[in-house]
Design a protein around this ligand. Structure first.
Ligand code: X8Z
Ligand code: ZN
Length: 579
């Protein structure tokens, strides 16, 4: 065979494959959407079956693609073949019975998570995750906090049997594609060797660790003041149920007890939104208008008709927020159980970041319709949300005037409780799953190892001993739903890198925490250039398009928080750090 015919054959193979995969992906997404917004045994079965068909076809095509000699192909085709093997976050064995068992079990885990609830001591009605999360934010009674935390974590037990079998079957699928295990497959998606990626993550973590440790020491000191040294060890890890969030993945829920008098932000966005009678749709409109101000257009009418913004009263749904592009073109939707809060205001920006990204790369061919790497997808909406500054809120009429800059420290502390507190959690979830997939951690060690890592990186401990049959990782959505998590760690670094590049490109040389890209067509143009690339090029090219840099760096994050870091060092001078 001549080189030209083999190139033509490969191109033809890929064209057919992309058409076929797109059809199956749409069918799977339609079934998944109905399932996620109306969980019944039938929609579970429909979703599991459609996903299994999509997986089987991908596996088959990926295996057949090895017939084409890569050496004779140009860069674009070679990249497509590579992406074909990495397309899915889940692969099962080629045996159709086992493949369907795998998707059935993942659907079951996600359903068990979605339906989780717990009745607190002294209450009659069970609470769902949102209801239990309110308790963690608002209560200062350690016994009630433990009840809410442990009550939710009980769902891990019911997820465990499915999880064990899922690890086995997913590893077999990854093996058929030539990966040592599923964790290696996940780490292969970053245009570098999987081991190099793991080192890259460590490098980034080391660069932010001192800031995390300073925040940890400060927060622990305040918690000792609130709860006493018999509840919080002044030199030890922090009991997780005191941090205002089910996973202690962000601590801004307890901001009111952490902020020193005189440095408060000076306004409470949740209160303002509620007082104005803001509806969930209004909240989404605010976010849409921000993206529109960047020159990125408005969302299509079907977005408003087909999205789910509120938890329906009459059926079970997956409340965890997500953004979908059902037809890989204009059928954009989000699914969320919106509450009128500052936190959900930010989450809506996060979700619309996904929507605008999906639309931007819809001009690429099917295998390139994704973000440069998954951290980019998670970073865009958060980058925009960093521009929700007091000045911006005043501009759009949510604040009557801009609060004085004495509130800057309070605002920065709040942002750090959200973003810096997240970093080690963002790292730990997949450090743990990588070990699980590789077999380094066996099922009997699942839970102890989870807590080893959380103690080591986050400096948190569970309330009391966890018994051997608990499965606490299963009480986190992404573990139950098979969603890789390192993307969020990367996004928390990248969003500050993006933010800095965009505000400097606008000619703003002031402090990063005061800068907003609202209304900047130049910022919008850069974002769009990066997003339109999809994953056509390796991610350093996309990073360069927006920042001019080719390496992920935490320098933007460190610059953003520098005033806070100085202040924390001051506060921490005579108190213990580390655990
Ligand atoms: O899952 C999400 C988004 C949907 S992609 C709401 N996030 C992570 C989480 O909730 O654990 C955003 C931040 C981290
Ligand atoms: Zn997201």
């Amino acid at each position: 065979m001549t080189e030209t015919t083999s190139r033509a054959d490969a191109a033809r193979f890929l064209e057919t494959a992309e058409g076929r995969l797109k059809d199956l992906a749409i069918a799977a997404q339609q079934a998944d959407w109905v399932n996620a917004t109306y969980i019944t045994p039938d929609t579970d079965a429909l979703s599991a079956r459609a996903t299994s068909r999509f997986i089987s076809e991908t596996l088959d095509l990926a295996k057949r693609s090895t017939e084409f000699a890569e050496g004779s192909l140009d860069e674009e085709l070679r990249r497509k073949f590579k992406l074909l093997r990495l397309l899915l976050p889940l692969v099962g064995p080629s045996d159709p019975v086992e493949s369907e068992e795998l998707t059935r079990r993942v659907t079951a885990m996600q359903g068990a998570y979605a339906k989780g609830h717990h009745t607190l001591v002294g209450e009659r009605e069970p609470r769902d995750l949102q209801g239990l999360s309110h308790v963690l934010e608002e209560s200062r009674d350690p016994a009630r906090l433990v009840d809410a935390w442990a009550g939710w974590h009980r769902i891990g037990r019911s997820i465990r049997p499915d999880f064990e079998r899922y690890v086995e079957l997913a590893n077999r699928g990854a093996g058929e594609l030539g990966f040592a295990d599923m964790g290696v497959m996940w780490r292969s998606k970053y245009d570098m060797e999987p081991e190099a990626f793991a080192r890259e993550v460590d490098r980034l973590w080391e660069s932010v660790r001192p800031l995390y440790e300073a925040l940890h020491a400060y927060v622990r000191h305040r918690l000792v003041a609130v709860y006493g040294a018999d509840v919080v060890d002044p030199r030890g890890p922090i009991p997780i149920h005191l941090l205002g969030n089910m996973w202690a993945q962000s601590w801004d829920g307890i901001y009111p007890i952490l902020v020193p008098p005189g440095t408060e932000a000076g306004f409470d966005l949740t209160r303002i939104l509620v007082a104005r009678g803001t509806t969930p749709t209004d909240l989404v409109r605010y976010a849409e208008r921000f993206f529109e101000s960047l020159g990125l257009g408005t969302l299509p009418p079907t977005f408003w008709e087909r999205s789910m913004f509120v938890r329906p009263r009459d059926r079970e749904v997956v409340c965890h927020a997500s953004a979908w592009n059902i037809d890989f073109a204009e059928d954009l939707r989000i699914k969320m159980c919106i509450e009128i809060t500052d936190e959900d205001f930010r989450t809506i920006h996060h979700e619309l970041g996904h929507s605008y990204y999906q639309r931007a790369y819809s001009g690429q061919s099917f295998l390139f319709r994704d973000s440069a790497h998954d951290g980019f997808h998670e970073a865009v909406g958060d980058t925009v949300a960093l521009s929700v500054t007091p000045e911006y809120l005043a501009k759009i009429g949510l604040l009557s005037d801009v609060p004085p800059d004495t509130g800057d420290l309070g605002l920065l502390l709040r942002r750090a409780l959200e973003k810096i507190a997240f970093l080690p959690f963002g790292l730990v979830v997949d450090r743990w799953r990588w070990e699980v997939f590789s077999g380094a951690v066996s099922p009997s060690e699942y839970n102890p190892r989870w807590w080893d890592l959380r103690r080591r990186y986050q400096g948190v401990v569970p309330p009391g001993e966890r018994s051997a049959d608990e499965f606490d990782p299963g009480a986190k959505y992404h573990v139950a739903a098979n969603t890789p998590y390192m993307r969020y760690f990367l996004a928390h670094i990248l969003q500050f890198q993006f933010h800095r590049a965009l505000v400097r490109a606008m000619g703003d040389s002031g402090p990063l925490h005061r800068a907003s890209i609202y209304g900047s067509k130049e910022a919008g143009r850069r974002l769009k250039t990066m997003m339109e690339l999809g994953q056509r090029r390796e991610w350093p090219d996309a990073l360069e398009a927006i920042t001019g840099e080719r390496r992920m760096e935490a320098t933007g994050l460190l610059e953003y928080f520098r005033p806070l870091q100085r202040w924390l060092e001051e506060q921490n001078r005579s108190i213990p750090t580390g655990w």
